[in-house]
Design a protein around this ligand. Structure first.
Ligand code: ADP
Ligand code: 5GP
Length: 191
């Protein structure tokens, strides 16, 4: 069976579990490439520059925007985040399917540039569970959690614009659905 490399864009509300699912998926499928984004937010404890993000000052980020170095970029929860053209080209040149884990505005912008991109929405089982996960992660202060929850209510209404929607109820089940979805698009174009 022939397999076609594809660009998969994974997004959904902050705290829905995108990072958790992508990390598990890549353990099972190390052949999948993951584009490292750039951001102006500060690193969280344990995050490594060049691995989790390219951490840039706002001045440097804006300079790169002006130089046309981003496929897309957006203000998300008060900080700048963007996908670097170089990063995508490097991974696509390796002939790998590629994952972008980016916010919803960014995902819809990628689809405009790459109509073939497959947009996958990761949904939490409920807003109550989303709040539990954001609080449980312990990486944001109360104000930042509130902003993310407020944004989530609007973001959930945009799931219809996606090719696929996956509810992250349990990690194992959601990763299986994610992995099956990728397989289906690589082999049958998603039919
Ligand atoms: P995102 O990348 O979407 O912001 P994370 O992957 O950081 O979200 O997950 C947010 C929190 O929820 C983390 O503490 C993570 O361990 C937890 N989590 C992720 N998926 C599940 C799940 N299926 N059930 C319970 N907790 C989960
Ligand atoms: P976090 O700060 O929790 O790592 O990410 C916050 C949000 O920024 C998440 O919704 C994440 O998907 C999004 N994000 C990460 N990288 C990019 C990117 O390159 N572009 C866009 N538009 N959003 C991104």
């Amino acid at each position: 069976m022939t397999r076609q490399s594809r660009l998969f864009v994974i997004s959904g509300p902050s705290g829905a579990g995108k990072g958790t699912l992508v990390a598990q998926l890549r353990k099972e499928h190390p052949e999948l490439g993951l584009a490292v984004s750039a951001t102006t937010r500060s690193p969280r404890p344990g995050e490594v520059d060049g691995k989790d993000y390219y951490f840039l000052s706002e001045g440097e980020f804006k300079r790169r925007v002006a130089a046309g170095e981003f496929v897309e970029w957006a203000y998300v929860h008060g900080h700048m985040y963007g996908t670097l053209v170089k990063e995508v080209e490097r991974l696509l040149a390796q002939g790998k399917s590629l994952i972008l884990e980016i916010d919803i505005q960014g995902a819809l912008n990628v689809k405009k540039v790459w109509p073939d991109a497959v947009l996958i929405f990761i949904e939490p089982p409920s807003l109550e569970e989303l709040e539990r996960r954001l609080c449980g992660r312990g990486t944001e202060d109360e104000q930042s959690i509130e902003l993310r929850l407020k944004n989530a209510k609007h973001e959930m209404t945009l799931a219809d614009d996606y090719d696929v929607c996956i509810v992250n109820d349990t990690v194992d089940r959601a990763v299986r659905e994610l992995s099956d979805t990728i397989e289906r698009y690589e082999t049958e174009g998603g039919k």
